[in-house]
Design a protein around this ligand. Structure first.
Ligand code: GLC
Length: 412
């Protein structure tokens, strides 16, 4: 085991949560890894999926338990909550912040559907078809929910109704729909940006149809949709493993998602942008703009253009790429800011996607270069929530779960 994998194993021990509780009236066991002991003691959808991807190298059985705990939180209609508070609310401050979207131990929003990618990686490591049979129904229900209830205008792009659902809370691309007018919002403006659409949706009962008609925030997000496309392909591949004829349906549906991203989100400046509720592009250059390089069907000239932007030192290529916001955007801020996350620093999970996309499309040297820089970031500065893109200094939560994706990058 590498030094990094040994350190990740320690982190997984430290951040482990296990017990029995009542969830939606049913007594059940839980076993997951929290993203960070102090600030993030609960189970988050995409964090847990990343943890399971890393656990596939360290302890696949535990990875399976992480996913099966996550799937216990799934709603009848297919939504998997962004976060489940297995051990309850931890403070009054937390309560006041999460009240509009928390119901008992569970929540009304979702997050990028990385879970299918985690299931696929665990399956590749274990060959366990029973695990597939147990998890695929939930993965399909999530994809179906996103394709129906979350696509009110039927354009094959999933809508998110709050910035939290993208996983990139205060990304400047969402400033317009979130009502942020300052280039560098202060604490109060941040709280308003995050709480106002949440309370608004609370009064719409988080009803998808009503949020689509009357909500404040309705974004067709490039990153979310790229991950959704990849997840549907993963579901299709896994269905094939168990000889389920529905496999083709999910490839088809993934193709429709990809086509819609390529048709509607591409901009002649050579990047992709998320769409606001009136279908206009939110033209702030962020790491989201690069995500279509993970798509199977991205045309070569678009791919080359994304790589050009990615490797431009004035935009996305400082010493430690990939910054969440392009360096030449006025909103770019490389420093620690635990109030307003995702306004400049480098995070490990987007890098993981981008590296895998580059590899898939044959940019082997560039993928190795970005892997080397990402590993250096983690080896020098520890498993941190985010990092300064120029100096590599670690910020936010220490012993942060998904920074262990470095182990997966190292293994590949
Ligand atoms: C922050 C991040 C989000 C993550 C959560 C738990 O809110 O923005 O992406 O899932 O923390 O780590």
């Amino acid at each position: 085991m590498s030094d990094l994998a040994a350190k990740a194993t320690e982190l997984f021990e430290k951040n482990r949560k296990k017990g029995t509780t009542t969830l939606n009236g049913v007594t059940t066991d839980y076993y997951y890894t929290c993203p960070g002991i102090e600030r993030y003691p609960h189970q988050w959808l995409w964090d847990s999926s990343f943890h399971a991807i890393v656990l596939s190298h360290i302890d696949p059985e535990r990875g399976q338990e992480e996913i099966e705990t996550l799937l216990k939180t799934q709603r009848e209609d297919g939504l998997i909550p962004i976060c489940t508070l297995w051990e309850g609310i931890t403070s009054l401050r937390e309560y006041t912040f999460i009240a509009p979207y928390t119901r008992g131990k569970t929540q009304t929003m979702t997050q990028p559907p990385v879970v299918a990618l985690a299931v696929e990686q665990l399956y590749r490591k274990t060959g366990d078809k029973d695990f597939l049979r147990r998890t695929l129904p939930g993965l399909m229900r999530l994809a179906d929910y996103l394709n129906t209830k979350r696509d009110p205008d039927g354009d094959h792009l999933v809508s998110v109704f709050h910035a939290f659902e993208t996983g990139m809370d205060m990304l400047p691309a969402y400033d317009r729909p979130a009502g942020v007018t300052s280039t560098h919002p202060d604490g109060e403006e941040t709280i308003m940006a995050l709480l106002r659409p949440a309370w608004h949706n609370h009064f719409l009962d988080w009803d998808e149809e009503r949020m689509a008609k009357e909500g404040l925030f309705d974004v067709e997000d490039v990153m979310f949709n790229c991950i959704h496309a990849q997840s549907q392909h993963a579901i299709a591949r896994l269905l094939k493993e168990i000889e389920d004829p529905r496999s083709e349906d999910y490839h088809k549906s993934a193709g429709l998602t990809e086509e819609a991203i390529i048709t509607h989100c591409w901009n002649p400046d050579g990047l992709f942008y998320s769409l606001d509720r009136d279908n206009t592009q939110l033209t702030v250059k962020t790491v989201t703009s690069l995500f279509p390089l993970i798509l199977d069907s991205i045309p070569k000239e678009m791919l080359d253009s994304l790589v050009e932007h990615l490797t431009d030192p004035e935009e996305f290529w400082p010493e430690y790429p990939v910054p969440a916001v392009a360096i030449d955007e006025p909103t770019f801020d490389p420093e620690e800011n635990n109030n307003a996350l995702w306004r400049g620093p480098t995070w490990i999970s987007p890098n993981w996607f981008i590296i895998n996309g580059l590899k898939k499309h044959g940019y082997t040297d560039l993928a190795s270069d970005l892997t080397r820089r990402t590993l250096e970031l983690v080896e020098k500065n520890g498993f941190r929530e985010y990092y300064n893109p120029f100096t590599g200094e670690g910020y936010g939560q220490k012993d942060f779960g998904w920074a262990t994706l470095a182990v997966d990058l190292q293994e590949e």
